[in-house]
Each structure stands twice: as structure tokens, then as C-alpha cells.
Ligand binder design. Structure first.
Ligand code: NCD
Length: 314
């Protein structure tokens, strides 16, 4: 067993064998899912709680399906963060979850670090389903699985991540995973949307789409996350699309067999043109969703096997 942790809070810090183990296991769940079978005895009697402090459709549904296909009792809790002191609420929530004897806790929160804090306080194994602008580890794993299945490898590929890098936990997790696994990563976007620390992350920075896409194997588009912008960082949506939106003309600069990816939800006509997003010869966006369920099954599987902290140890 390579995966060394009790939780999955981030990709940063994971070593190649741990990532490869999760991807290999997920690969077997792709086959199981395609065969229409389930494996309901694996998590039978275990409780998985989806604790979402931020909206989500595909990630929450995906964890719910993954848990159910492995036989867990799955509870969805949506919580609004708009009220009261957040630190206190989170600790109160942890106490409640411990009392409910939750085994696996999937957390999404608008503040970076919230899942780490919860992980220190709950007995359950915690999975980060996206925290602020920090990380979204299962998204990076499902993206890697999609790429690996299509291209046969991660090592040596050139992956261009485009658009709103600064607000994107998806970009951050992908950068850590892909650079760890030997891909070359480029980030492309307007200077206002490229974080200052980007040059420490081992990526090449481009502000021009055509230059950045030249020779890329993978073109990963990101949503413009206006809800996280505290001031105006981009021109109008039309202008943004003209310079940084992906259409067939810009995609032509990438390799002829380059794949187009997007974590969803997409803003069509802002960061991506429908003709590209819906082109079955180039776009693997639907496949990413399928891989998401398999990856989450693999993560739940691995974490349910790591020894749990005794319920009264703290
Ligand atoms: C992403 C997220 O929430 O971080 N969505 C997702 O999980 N598929 C990206 C986004 O919201 O744009």
C-alpha cells in the first residue's frame, strides 16, 4: 500500500507512487462501472457525509454515486457560510460529526484550509472536495486519469492550463500533480489572473494563447471565477473570449491530436466556444465526469483501509 495518509487534503506533498496507486485503482473502477456492476460490500456499514459549504453539482453528485456504488450510507449536508463566526461553526460541526460516527467526510468550503482544520478535529477520514483557491485534489486525479487513459502516460506531455489560474484550486492541484508525474505545464492567461507565486510552481507562464498553445498535447480550460474576484481583473466577457477564449482557430496552434478539457461548469462563449467543447474528436469533457466517479471510488476505497484514529483518542 503506497498511499501514506489518513486523509486526502491536497496533491502537494504526494509522491509519484501514491498518485499512481490511486490512478491504477481508479482504472479498475472505470471497468467495474462500465460493466454495470457495483461493489457494495466494500463500504457496507460505513457512513459518508458530504459536507458542502459551497455550491456544487457534479462533485457532490459524483462523491454520492461513488459512495453508494461501494455500499456506504451517504448523507448530503449543505451548509451556508454566510452566518456567524466561521471558525466556531466549523469546530461545532466537527463535534456534531464525531457524535454521528461518520467514517468518511467529504468537505467543500470557500476558505482555503478549512478541510485541514476539520481533519484535525474529526475522527473521520477527510477528503478535500475544493477549499477556496487552495486545492481540489480529486479533480486533479480525475483529470490525470482522463489524460493517462487517452495518451497512455503523463510523463513528457505538454499541458496548457488556460484562463483564471489565480482563483483556481483546480489549476493548483493539477500543477502539483502533473509536475510531480513528469508533465511539462504551461499556464496561459492575462497577467491579472496569473498568481504571483506561479514561477515557483515549476510552470512556464504565457500571456498569449497562440504562443502558449503551440505544440501542447492537452488544453485545459478553466472557468472565469467572477464570484472570487474582489475587483475588476478582466475586461468584458467578449474581450476575454477574444484574447483567451478557446475556439477552433486558437486550438489549431496545439498539436493536431491535442485534447480539450474543462472541469465544469463551463461558461460557453467566455472561456470556451461550444464548437470546441462539443467536438467529440477533441473534447474529453464528458469523459472527465465519468472518470470523476471512478477516481472518487478509488479514494474512498483507499482511505477506508487506512487505520482510523480511535474515537476517543483526543
Ligand atoms: C471547479 C471547482 O468548484 O473548483 N468545479 C468542479 O469541481 N468541477 C471549478 C469551478 O468552479 O470553476
Amino acid at each position: 500500500m503506497q498511499y501514506p495518509e489518513r486523509h486526502l487534503l491536497a496533491i502537494e506533498g504526494l509522491h509519484p507512487p501514491a498518485i499512481a496507486q490511486l490512478l491504477d485503482l481508479a482504472e479498475s473502477y472505470v471497468l467495474l462501472n462500465r460493466s454495470g456492476k457495483t461493489q457494495r460490500d466494500l463500504l457496507r456499514g460505513k457512513t459518508l457525509i458530504n459536507l458542502f459549504f459551497e455550491d456544487s453539482t457534479r462533485t457532490r453528485t459524483s462523491f454520492e454515486l461513488a459512495g453508494k456504488r461501494l455500499g456506504a450510507d451517504v448523507i448530503n449536508m449543505s451548509v451556508s457560510t454566510s452566518s456567524v463566526n466561521k471558525g466556531e461553526t466549523l469546530l461545532d460541526t466537527a463535534a456534531t460529526l464525531n457524535a454521528m460516527q461518520c467514517d468518511l467526510l467529504v468537505v467543500r468550503h470557500d476558505q482555503s484550509g478549512a478541510p485541514n482544520l476539520l481533519a484535525q478535529k474529526v475522527d473521520a477520514a477527510v477528503i478535500n472536495a475544493g477549499d477556496g483557491t487552495h486545492e481540489h485534489p480529486t479533480q486533479a486525479l480525475l483529470d490525470a486519469l482522463t489524460i493517462r487513459r487517452r495518451k497512455g502516460r503523463l510523463e513528457g506531455l505538454t499541458v496548457a492550463i488556460c484562463g483564471d489560474i489565480g482563483h483556481s484550486r483546480v489549476a493548483r492541484s493539477n500543477i502539483h500533480l502533473l509536475t510531480t508525474m513528469g508533465s511539462r505545464v504551461r499556464v496561459i492567461g492575462p497577467p491579472t489572473l496569473i498568481p504571483a507565486e506561479a514561477d515557483r510552481l515549476g510552470v512556464d507562464i504565457f500571456h498569449d494563447m497562440r504562443a502558449g498553445l503551440a505544440g501542447a498535447d492537452i488544453v485545459m480550460m478553466l472557468r472565469l471565477q467572477r464570484e472570487r474576484m474582489t475587483r475588476s481583473l478582466v475586461p468584458s466577457a467578449r474581450e476575454f473570449f477574444r484574447f483567451w477564449g478557446l475556439d477552433a482557430e486558437k486550438l489549431a496552434f496545439a498539436k493536431p491530436d491535442a485534447l480539450v478539457m474543462h472541469p465544469g461548469p463551463m461558461n460557453r462563449g467566455v472561456e470556451i466556444d461550444s464548437a470546441v467543447a462539443d467536438d467529440p474528436a477533441r473534447s474529453v469533457i464528458k469523459e472527465q465526469v465519468e472518470m470523476g466517479v471512478a477516481v472518487r471510488m478509488a479514494v474512498l476505497d483507499v482511505l477506508s483501509r487506512t487505520p482510523s484514529r480511535g474515537r476517543n483518542e483526543r
